[in-house]
Design a protein around this ligand. Structure first.
Ligand code: C5P
Length: 222
């Protein structure tokens, strides 16, 4: 039988990765965090002072970026040129630049190519912004996640606090608003709900309810 692809898209900090990981664990699917890829590219660009307006510099820098996923316990561990960067890509310097890097066509073409290869013959769950629209337009199930911006910022702020990050609630809220703005208005594959994506608003529902919602739509496909 054909492999199954589940695409989860939505705004920043809507809990896409939380539900994707839970589903992957339950279904024994591979989870791929596409945002981690854009974040790792951004980290490389930051460290090497790549000028985002210089297309040649971006193209040649991309050739030196080698990403790999190592899935332990369905958490996504990503390496950048064999260095584990899973923690560093979540920190504010990367969060503040990643949506600018993600507007670049050269970057998107390369990420999409790698993502499509990962979904070729395996059962996967991939989350991001353009998974149901561009990466896997024929995905077996598409979810589009959304939640109240204040609730999202509070959740992300708590996460960062627990990790000991030195950040304010206002910075987190502004960063989410800024990324949503860039992600939805960019020219190159903007964040938009695919016509056949099912909306999942989790402002007021808990993780167990989200999981049930998704499983009810996935189990019939298996
Ligand atoms: O998913 P996460 O919030 O970690 O993604 C970080 C950023 O990467 C997003 O704000 C967006 O700018 C970009 N991104 C993207 N396309 C994807 C996944 C992430 O443009 N498929």
């Amino acid at each position: 039988s054909k492999n199954i692809v589940i695409a989860i898209d939505g705004y920043s900090s809507c809990g896409k990765s939380t539900i994707a990981k839970a589903l992957a664990k339950k279904l024994h699917f591979i989870y791929i965090d596409s945002g981690a890829m854009y974040r790792a590219v951004t980290l490389y660009f930051l460290r090497n002072n790549v000028d985002l307006n210089d297309h040649d510099a971006v193209t040649s820098a991309l050739k030196n970026v080698h990403l790999n996923f190592h899935s332990r316990d369905y958490q996504s561990h990503i390496t950048l040129n064999d260095e584990e960067v899973s923690e560093e890509i979540r920190q504010m310097p990367v969060s503040e630049l990643v949506s600018d890097v993600s507007t670049l066509r050269e970057v998107r073409v390369e990420m999409v190519r790698q993502q499509q290869r990962m979904g070729k013959s395996k059962n996967i769950i991939m989350d991001g912004r353009d998974i149901g629209t561009v990466v896997f337009p024929d995905a077996d199930l598409k979810l589009f996640m959304t939640a109240d911006p204040k609730v999202r910022a509070e959740r992300r702020f708590k996460e960062l606090m627990l990790k000991g990050e030195d950040v304010t609630m206002e910075e987190v809220f502004d960063n989410l608003a800024h990324r949503d703005y860039l992600d939805t208005t960019r020219e190159e594959s903007p964040l938009v709900r695919a016509d056949d994506a099912i909306i999942l608003d989790n402002t007021t529902i808990d993780q167990a309810q989200q999981l049930d919602f998704a499983l009810a739509r996935i189990l019939p496909l298996l």
